[in-house]
Write a protein that binds this ligand. Structure first.
Ligand SMILES: Cc1ncc(COP(=O)(O)O)c(C=O)c1O
Length: 445
């Protein structure tokens, strides 16, 4: 019976005897529907999660585009390239061949075996298929890992600038995010001494993202070794190594998997996926590799939440891993294009007064310090007081959508995604420069 419905006549009265129920009378009744107030309260868990500022700016950009304003969108975290043909073909063949049913929760043995081979050959880490959990994107892999290992009150150590979801995932697990600042002059890399000073009995998980979203920083092996030495002194501490951008890296930088460092395999949860390097954001495919005990716990969560990833995407994933070392020619071509764009933007913004840059060594983002423009007044707009107002101004005046650094835990910067063609980036850079120059003219600093 509907909770908002009451019956006007005595009806549906049941005789309850020896377990039998039957209607006492069958006369027609008229329901009186009363509006009942709905309890709209939400779980404290949801209330603790912050809404995304990236979504707010993206929504504003979309509204402008719909209104006919030619906004250039550089806020997205996805490659502008199409999925390589051999991968797409594998997906289409999977459908044609009827490979469209549930797969095992952890992913097909075929894909998990291919992932083990990749991790051994490219990353120097040995896993068996039962130490791999394939999920619907790396985002799910990370959330499940946080949920599986953190207890209420545990601390999740997150260097800033961070990928927007890490602190919120910690909150979803009733854990406390502990943000460790880094500086642009240190290429946004975590200082092991700062890490050491912040660790305690409560520290459960350290999240490292290299190459990083949003900074493009790549942790050199030596620094990771120093971090590993600190980690090794804290028996409760695990490390989640988010390596989703590993193939989008610019020489001479090289990628090191945290689990490959001495003594770290046992306490590292390695996350990777197909979205970025293989331009497969919409296929939703990622994975976790780690000691069986932890992977099985994540698998338990997944089995009650989503079950296995798409059978079609898993076939496509096998094809992606079959494209050769680090994704072969197709990925190398995309990385070459990303590098060209990075070089162009670094040179262009580097020439602009009052901008600080740490040259990104990987991923496809530029995290620029524009804080010298804060405190200026823009005609017809108002005060530029922080990264959010600067981004709104750039959208208004420059018609370029970029993301405030505040969303990533660093209000001095803004993030520009260069997952767009060189000509688009040139047009955007011109508009951003003009908008900034007119700010400079307004109030000399
Ligand atoms: C650092 C980082 N980790 C994980 C993800 C999740 O990727 P996906 O769920 O598409 O595999 C993203 C996506 O933006 C990311 O930037």
């Amino acid at each position: 019976m509907d909770g908002a419905t009451k019956y006007s006549a005595q009806s549906h009265i049941m005789i309850l005897s020896s377990g039998n129920t039957r209607p006492l009378q069958t006369k027609r009744i008229t329901p009186v529907v009363r509006a009942m107030e709905v309890d709209i309260s939400l779980s404290p868990r949801v209330n603790s999660v912050k809404p995304s500022k990236t979504v707010a700016i993206t929504d504003q950009a979309t509204a402008l585009v719909q209104a006919g304003v030619p906004v250039i969108r550089l806020a997205a975290g996805e490659p502008d390239f199409d999925t390589p043909t051999v991968i797409a073909e594998a997906g289409m063949n999977a459908i044609r061949e009827g490979y469209t049913r549930y797969t095992p929760n952890a992913g097909t043995l075929e894909l998990r075996s291919a992932i083990c081979k990749k991790l051994k050959e490219e990353n120097g880490i040995s896993y068996t298929p039962d130490q791999i959990l394939v999920s619907n994107g790396a985002k799910q892999s990370i959330l499940q890992a946080v949920l599986a290992v953190c207890s209420p009150g545990d601390e999740v150590i997150i260097p800033a600038p961070f990928w927007v979801s890490y602190p919120e995932m910690a909150r979803l697990a009733d854990a406390t995010p502990v943000i460790l600042p880094t500086s642009i002059s240190e290429d946004f890399l975590l200082d092991p001494k700062l890490l050491e000073s912040k660790l305690s009995e409560k520290s459960r998980l350290l999240i490292i993202c290299s190459p990083s979203n949003p900074t493009g920083s790549v942790y050199p092996r030596k620094l990771l070794e120093q971090i590993a030495q600190v980690v090794a002194r804290h028996p409760r501490l695990l490390v989640l190594s988010d390596e989703i951008y590993e193939h989008i890296i610019y020489a001479p930088a090289t990628h090191t998997s945290f689990a490959s460092l001495p003594g770290m395999w046992e306490r590292t949860l390695t996350v990777n996926g197909f979205s970025k390097a293989f331009a497969m954001t919409g296929w939703r495919l990622g994975y976790l590799a780690g000691p069986k005990h932890f992977v099985a716990a994540c698998g338990k969560i997944q089995s009650q939440a989503t079950s296995g990833a798409s059978s079609i995407s898993q076939k496509a994933g096998v094809a992606a891993l079959g494209m050769g070392y680090a994704g072969g020619e197709a990925v190398a071509t995309m990385v070459k294009a990303f590098k060209k764009r990075r070089d162009y933007l670094v040179q262009t913004f580097g020439a602009l007064e009052g901008v600080k840059i740490s040259v990104p060594q990987g991923a496809f983002y530029l995290f620029l310090d524009f804080s010298s423009y804060y405190g200026t007044e823009a005609e017809g707009f108002g005060m530029i007081k922080d990264s959010e107002s600067l981004c709104r101004y750039l959208l208004d005046k420059g018609q370029a959508a970029v993301v405030p650094g505040d969303a990533f835990g660093d209000d001095t910067c803004i993030r520009i995604s260069y997952a767009a063609s060189l000509s688009t980036l040139q047009a955007a850079a011109d508009k951003i420069k003009d908008a900034l120059i007119s700010l400079r003219r307004a109030v000399p600093v």
